[in-house]
Design a protein around this ligand. Structure first.
Ligand SMILES: Cc1ncc(COP(=O)(O)O)c(C=O)c1O
Length: 385
């Protein structure tokens, strides 16, 4: 397979995005979830066209819900009522405001650590609710929901919402139908509002089935907060979608979510999202095939050069959750690799309890850069011993 178009390291360093600006030029960034691939052609075309026509005014998001509906129906057989879609600037904004709208001060929200770090702060600092963490269980080969502990948590009077990361970041789990149905039954039984963060859904790897939460949710109130931003690498353009599972819930959210939030989607973000959902599937399929080879390459490189680091290939996305505990480092492995290998990774403990000794590595890059990342990490370990 020929490689996917990716600029050279020197060219990538010209990017002004966070991934490439936060650290110095001696560091290879493999942290924040941005991809190094070249933009999908249909998206680049609508953006170039808009700039050329000075079409940079206020966002009109009128086509976004329908475009998402076309994609979700074709991809997952998930039928969305486009009248129940609220475009917002980004997924975290949608998550925070859905929680504020449907829960009360003093309520608690369940999450499953290790999990995307802003889940903690969005619940506590944006929604001002409490976190109830039900860590995922490790069954020896993969992370799973701890069903007994989930039932215990959902039974609590203060627990009124569940913020589900599906597919799960950083573990890369794509929950199967029985796991999704388990959540739906539990949520309906205990009247728990489900906010499904499905930002990684379009990056579900070939051979795995993504089950949209709203396709199994039943009657209980639930939203999917989804976006084209991760799969097509357009996070800076700002357009996510909050999809309600009923007109009644949509009405409540429209009434309670502040107007400035309902107008927070960017114009270029809306244009890019529509292009991604309606014309971006061929690029996405090619990208997914390449991600599989990169995931396999990472496994080979680690086995060859860092055999004490354990890697379970993800079922979705481009993030590897690496178990570095056997390296017995005296400091957080992310700090070790940043200072000793000049590779920037995400620190495991920021994902919550259970993250100590882990790092998250972004492998959406070229084979050359991935090779250099692992070589640097390996030599920092051999220098130490
Ligand atoms: C699970 C998850 N949710 C939300 C986000 C952030 O999305 P946004 O920039 O749209 O808020 C990310 C980014 O990596 C993520 O992994």
């Amino acid at each position: 397979m020929t490689d996917f178009p990716i600029d050279s390291l020197a060219q990538l360093r010209l990017r002004k995005s966070a991934k490439w600006q936060v650290f110095g030029t001696d560091v290879i960034p493999a942290w924040v979830a941005e991809m190094d691939f070249t933009l999908a052609e249909p998206i680049a075309a609508v953006l170039h066209d808009a700039i050329q026509r000075s079409d940079t005014g206020y966002a009109w998001t009128g086509e976004v819900g329908e475009a998402l509906g076309v994609f979700s129906a074709t991809r997952w057989n998930w039928i969305i009522d486009s009248q129940c879609v609220i475009p917002v600037g980004d997924v975290l904004t949608g998550v925070g405001h859905a929680l504020i709208a449907k829960t009360k001060p003093g309520d608690s929200v369940v999450i499953n650590s290790p999990v995307y770090p802003p889940f903690f702060t969005t619940i506590t600092n944006v929604a001002h609710r409490n976190v109830v963490d039900v860590p995922l269980a490790w069954d020896g080969s993969r992370y799973t929901l701890d069903q007994e502990k989930m039932e215990e948590a959902f039974s609590r009077n203060d627990v009124t919402a569940f913020l589900m990361c599906t597919p799960h970041n950083p573990t890369g789990r794509v929950f199967d139908r029985s796991e999704m149905q388990f959540i739906a039954e539990l949520a309906n039984k205990h009247q728990v509002f489900v906010v499904a963060d499905e930002i990684h859904a379009p990056i579900t790897h070939l051979g795995n089935e993504f089950i949209p939460y709203l396709s199994v949710a039943g009657e209980g109130p639930a939203v999917s907060v989804i976006s084209a931003s991760k799969a097509w690498n357009i996070a800076g353009l700002k357009c996510a979608q909050v999809v309600s599972n009923s007109a009644q819930l949509y009405g409540t959210l429209i009434e309670r979510i502040p107007l400035e939030v309902q107008h927070s989607a960017g114009h270029l973000g809306a244009l890019a999202a529509v292009a991604a959902y309606t014309q971006g599937a061929p690029w996405l399929d090619t990208m997914l095939a390449h991600l599989e080879t990169k995931s396999a390459l990472l496994g080979t490189l680690l086995r060859g050069q860092l055999p004490d680091v354990t890697f379970t290939p993800p079922q979705a996305s481009f993030l590897a959750w690496l178990d570095c505990r056997s390296l017995n480092l005296e400091i957080d492995p992310a700090e070790h690799f940043l200072t000793q290998a000049h590779v920037a990774l995400n620190s495991g403990p920021s994902f919550g309890p259970g993250g100590a000794g882990f790092v998250r590595l972004n492998f959406a890059t070229s084979p050359q850069i991935l090779g250099e990342i692992v070589a640097r990490m390996a030599s920092s370990i051999s220098e130490k011993t």
